[in-house]
Design a protein around this ligand. Sequence first.
Ligand code: URA
Length: 198
Amino acid sequence: MDKKSKMLEIKTEIIDNKTLPLYEYRKQNGYHPVIGQGDHDTKIIFIGEAPGEKEALSGTPFCGASGRILNELLISIGLQREAVYITNIVKDRPPKNRDPSIEEVEAYSPYLIRQLEIIKPKVIVTLGRHAMQLMLKILGLSQIDQQISVLHGKLIDIPEHDHAQKLLPLYHPAVALYSPSQKKVLEVDFQILKSVID
Ligand code: URA
């Protein structure tokens, strides 16, 4: 099966999986699950937390305010949004944009792992602490107990793992919405990504 068909299979499973903790909430609100968007052959995958309302209404990741920041950051390093893959840990919007629960992360993360197996990126870029913590756990990395304030912008080697070669934890773009200094941090950290892809 080709990559597109495998990804479509994941999409269909998520749409139909009534046991997902946010399935009912999705249906009640006329939301769509947000599977991911971009190039299945990319070397770079971005993993956010969960869709917001705009994303759940459209089915597109990072298309609201945080997405505007992400787009700016991608442009700042000359990367086309279409040339990377963008997804989230949790594929449905949690009520009132609250943090995803442990149960939600557990229910949705097998889909993310399958997406990583399909794309086989070289670099996994996590956006925010939830995605960072999950990937450190999945990849069995020793930095598991470290805070995002320590690990952001640090390129971490992934030893002997099929999923990818490097992990780059970044702050979530939402932090830059109201804080110019946090935006600067993200801009500096994105330069690390640029140095990897150059
Ligand atoms: N925040 C996220 O983490 N993901 C999105 O898709 C949008 C906002």
